[in-house]
Design a protein around this ligand. Structure first.
Ligand code: FES
Length: 414
């Protein structure tokens, strides 16, 4: 999951945004989800569980068009993500164009496929930054949670990233299994020379929502991990900047999700669907515009999907009359839908929500469970995606397009 709280980076050239409607700021951050293909099978992947239904990828030319339009709109930071973006053999071409346009670029990767040759080519193309994921500090848990044998490979890749002179963020998603290892995870990041460590507690969308019973930690685990992080911050200073992204299930006020719907974030999925947030595909009735059918400018400023929860007008009670609504903007729309069945409800993390008990119940269950592996984990893979898609009616509509055909890269599988 992308952390919008990380500091804005230097941009290579001055943005030249086109004239914009007065009340809506242009996007700052473009996330290009190049593919849903991925060699890993993480139990907490934020990709939609029905990703096998959306596997027709944009072509190189179409992605180049997206980058140009986004930069003209004013976007300045660009994340290449997936799935695994290295599964696309045109990644270097896209990075080169992004550099020319003046984006600050970040590759968000599992490390699988990041050979010395590709690192050299990406450096030459102008890539600025790499975010490498680990699942744990131990081989056993790293490999179990990703359902692959990738721990040793990730270690080698981390060393190569530093040898090529890239700034590196190590990212580790936290949950019940690995929270007790936070000290070892920090030691690993320090030993690898990472400039940043993002300890992102699991957000329960996508695959993590299906595995919530197994992944949800206890309050005690979180408090102990936070204390460990504080201790390292005191003893190691700025040698590695540690971000600890807290899970809001244990809070009484919701997070300002995505820094506001349609405020700074613009995602584009592998098939060209434009996303106001990573998990928007799960919201029923939200017709996602597609970059193959509509200019990005029109998508950002005029589409129903990007305007649906923008600002404060859409709010119902208790948010509408709440004096904190401008701080949290009602919280997370996807969480509101997943827990209450209506995306326009208050995020039930808020204790002013009449449905707050639903959140409390989830954390109570986690506190009562002793063995998280009792139930089988649903790993992210094509077979499970089809099984889950069959088990649930299609959750939203993506606009049909006349161009909805296999692309010229042959990238057609999910
Ligand atoms: Fe969609 Fe929070 S993840 S609004």
């Amino acid at each position: 999951m992308t952390d919008l709280s990380q500091p804005a980076a230097d941009i290579h050239t001055e943005a030249q945004p086109e004239a914009t409607p007065a009340s809506v700021a242009p996007p700052l951050w473009l996330l290009a989800e190049l593919t849903y293909r991925c060699p890993l099978h993480c139990a907490f992947c934020y990709n939609p569980v029905d990703y096998t239904n959306h596997n027709r990828e944009l072509s190189t030319e179409q992605w180049l068009g997206v980058l140009r339009e986004a930069r003209a709109l004013g976007a300045a930071q660009l994340g290449f993500s997936g799935g695994e973006p290295l599964m696309r053999d045109d990644l270097e071409v896209l990075v080169g164009e992004a550099r020319k346009l003046g984006f600050y670029t970040n590759l968000i990767t599992s490390g699988v496929g990041l050979t010395d040759k590709r690192l050299g080519d990406l450096k030459a193309a102008g890539l600025d930054h790499i975010q490498l994921s680990f699942q744990d500090s131990t081989q056993e848990l790293n490999d179990f949670l990703s359902s692959t044998r990738t721990f040793d490979l990730k270690q080698r890749v981390a060393a190569s990233i530093k040898q090529h002179g890239f700034p590196m963020v190590l990212n580790c998603v936290l949950h019940r299994y690995n929270l007790p290892h936070v000290d070892k995870i920090i030691d690993m990041a320090l030993a690898m020379g990472a400039e940043y460590l993002e300890l992102a507690n699991t957000q329960y969308y996508g695959w993590a929502h299906h595995n919530q019973a197994q992944l949800m930690p206890t309050r005690e685990q979180l408090e102990e991990a936070e204390a460990v992080v504080e201790r390292y911050r005191r003893t190691h200073g700025d040698r590695c900047k540690i971000f600890f992204v807290v899970p809001d299930y244990f809070e009484r006020r919701p997070k300002r999700c995505m820094n506001g719907w349609g405020a700074v974030f613009l995602g584009v999925a592998p098939d060209g669907a434009a996303l106001p947030c990573h998990a928007a595909r799960a919201l029923p009735g939200l017709v996602l515009p597609n970059v193959k059918d509509m200019p990005l400018r029109e998508i950002w400023y005029e589409s129903d999907a990007f305007n649906r929860f923008r600002g404060l007008q859409w709010m119902k009670e208790p948010c509408r009359s709440c004096d904190e609504k401008e701080n949290d903007l009602g919280g997370c729309r996807c969480q509101a839908y997943l827990l209450t069945g209506d995306a326009a409800n208050a995020d039930p993390v808020c204790d002013k929500s009449p449905l707050h008990e639903k959140v409390v119940d989830v954390t109570r269950l986690a506190a009562a469970a002793h063995e998280p592996r009792e139930q089988p984990i649903m790993f992210r893979n094509d077979a499970n995606s089809r099984k889950l898609t069959g088990a649930h009616a299609p959750q939203n509509k993506v606009q049909k397009t006349a161009h909805d055909e296999p692309n010229d890269n042959g990238h057609t599988r999910g």
